[in-house]
Write a protein that binds this ligand. Sequence first.
Ligand code: SAH
Length: 223
Amino acid sequence: MASPTKREDNYRHKKLRSDLVQTLREKGIRDEKVLAAIEKIPRHFFLDDAFERIAYEDRAFPIASEQTISQPYTVAFQTQLLDIQKYDRVLEIGTGSFYQSCVLAEMGARTFTIERQQELYQWVEDFFFRSKYPSIKRFFGDGFAGLPTFAPFDKILITAGAPFIPPKLLEQLKVGGLMIIPVGADGSQQMLRVTKLEDGKILEEVMGQFSFVPMLEGTNQKA
Ligand code: SAH
């Protein structure tokens, strides 16, 4: 992964970011607030130095603990589906590189994020860019349990492939709230938009096919 020390964000990086935003527009991303956040956040800070030149290609990259930083299109697509409004209380499962968390915070969401890999949790702890978004609340734990003490949430975002919709997360969603969750087995998931309705019912809509690393039970303490 990237060294946690400060790096520069120069005109060349900014040009690559604006090209990436153009690519995302061409692929159908319309939410201007999502595009503005991606244009602003130096994605190359989140990746290993070896990937600096290609950090702005629209593809996923390996990070520590055999995990990945999601492809920019996937980040943009999930965030667009969340329909983020300023001050929304948002729970993200799968902090990973911390990139998606920063996108949410940049859009004005009150962001809570959980990671099950201690090594990744620690990496973010030491990451210089974290001070840019001091309001993001990070937790080491199992996303299947959510954060009951901080519930309910307006929006819940799962950034790993889930075997099913975790019941505890559904409980922690406000009535009228949205959950964006890729559901399915190994490497192929259906993106679901789940709306919690008034009478305890839920509405599930399939929004496309994606590929994520798996959402796993429990935590991995190996740092
Ligand atoms: N949002 C991340 C994407 C990381 S990939 C980013 O922007 O970089 C998915 C992440 O979900 C991995 O870091 C993985 O360790 C984590 N994960 C998988 N199952 C989890 C669980 N049950 N609870 C919390 N995190 C989990």
